[in-house]
Design a protein around this ligand. Structure first.
Ligand code: HEC
Length: 417
């Protein structure tokens, strides 16, 4: 699973060409490494304890271990959890340099923070629809570790709203209803130095015309996990709503659920996950993954990852396309696994992805995929990796021993009573 997570991060790095060079590295890591989803600094208890002045509580060595390897710490103190009233903290597996940068950041806040300060939320509904309503009911959800803890409703005035004296040690989400569609912000957190947030919710006319949605590009990044004999996949779709309206798909009356965009899914896959979104925003069935969140004008990226167990020789996967896709790029480490594509024309090239230079990747590009197209991907382990497999050696061994026994028996050197 750790491997899978690392793999996902790598993919996001490669595909979005993000750079991690930034002056306030520690602050950034506090968000990227998800500390922010469980800890606040100077605002009290959240999922985990407040980290204000946590440096005074532990030796530097223990503090490093809290952040880089809780398993070791729990072993050392023979207690899990260590703080009463909290669950254990997961092992975050951070490198020492990342850990030190986070400690520097926590340290730098020691004297900057006014403890237990409350926070303010301001916002505006921007109405781009024909229904020129100005008063909305805003729903504010307080969220802790995916659970909604409390809800609060307030009315907007000329489209504005303002909520004072909110607690800073909880995550929030803001929702409104317009023309039968629920608009929601992502879950957001207040950073330790942050006291005010400004959120916008933009509402549109809705459309059900599928033509407004285009998939310009899609990536399928494949990696081979030798230890578990697994193929790991990440599929990334760059989707664009070219209209000025929100695309709402259609409502399935039977399932009482909105269906916005449908993606094909292989049948026998495992560990399906959505790195940026919660599972409940998708409907997953045997052969498809359906997006349920309406698509506002502009771009959206949908990412999902999964793994596929290989059998002795490899695997065979058939994919049907439910959308037109301008260009699909498949990236495969061909020094570890060979891939054959059948069904559509492709161009093949050696990959020049800098971040993946330790493996030799090959890129396949397929242009102008149409709804109803189908490809078959056949994966074959190359002979070397096959030989290195213990099961293969065992089978050869048993075969040789059997042959020797038969030989000895035939030559009457071996008698069976
Ligand atoms: C899923 C929630 C979660 C995440 C993510 C998380 N922590 Fe924790 N953390 C906890 C909990 C719960 C505890 C208390 C566990 C215990 O006492 O055994 C804790 C304890 C700590 C402590 C010791 C606090 C004390 O007062 O004893 C430190 C330091 C810490 N976390 C830092 C971090 C940092 C830095 C990150 C990000 C790299 C992080 N945590 C990510 C939940 C989390």
């Amino acid at each position: 699973m750790i491997k899978l997570l690392k793999f996902i991060l790598l993919i996001l790095l490669v595909v979005s060409h993000q750079s991690f060079a930034n002056p306030s590295e520690g602050r950034k890591l506090f968000v990227e490494k998800r500390c922010v989803t469980c800890h606040v600094i100077g605002r009290g208890k959240f999922v985990g304890p407040d980290l204000w002045k946590v440096g005074n509580k532990y030796s530097k060595q223990d503090l490093i271990q809290w952040i880089s390897n809780t398993d070791k710490l729990y072993e050392k103190y023979e207690s899990r959890p260590i703080n009463k009233g909290y669950p254990p903290m997961p092992n975050m597996n951070l490198s020492t340099s990342e850990t030190l940068r986070i400690i520097d950041y926590i340290d730098s806040l020691k004297n900057k923070i006014k403890p237990n300060s409350s926070v303010l939320l301001e916002g505006r509904v921007r109405n781009f629809s024909d229904d020129s309503k100005e008063e909305y009911e805003i729903k504010l959800e307080s969220v802790m570790a995916e659970k909604i803890i409390s809800e609060k409703n307030v009315k907007t005035k000329d489209g504005y709203f303002k909520l004072k004296d909110l607690k800073g040690n909880i995550a929030y989400r803001v929702k409104i209803l317009h023309d039968g569609i629920e608009y929601s912000t992502d879950k957001f957190y207040y950073m330790p130095e942050e006291n005010i947030k400004d959120v916008n919710l933009t509402v549109y006319n809705s459309t059900q015309e599928k033509e407004v949605v285009e998939i310009k590009s899609s990536h399928m990044v494949i990696s081979y996990d030798e230890a578990n004999n697994n193929l790991l996949f990440a599929e990334i779709y760059n989707i664009n709503n070219i209209s000025k309206n929100i695309y709402v798909g259609y409502n399935s009356l039977i399932e009482d659920q909105r269906k916005v965009l449908r993606f094909s899914k292989y049948k026998d896959i495992e560990d399906l996950s959505f790195p940026h979104r919660s599972l409940e925003t998708f409907i997953v069935s045997d052969d498809s993954i359906i997006e349920t969140i309406p698509l506002p004008p502009g771009e959206r990226r949908v990412v999902f990852t999964y793994s596929k167990k290989l059998n002795f020789l490899g695997a065979n996967l058939t994919k049907n396309f439910y959308n037109n896709i301008d260009s699909l790029t498949i990236i495969v480490p061909e020094n570890k696994i060979n891939m054959l594509i059948e069904g559509l024309e492709f161009t093949k090239s050696k990959s020049d992805i800098k971040e993946l230079s330790d493996q030799s990747y090959v890129t396949y590009s397929i242009d102008f995929i149409k709804i109803g197209d189908e490809i078959n991907l056949e994966f074959n382990k190359d002979f070397q990796s096959l030989i290195s497999q213990r099961s293969f050696i065992t089978i050869i061994f048993i075969l040789v021993v059997t042959l020797i026994l038969i030989y000895l028996y035939k030559k009457k050197l071996l008698r069976i009573k």
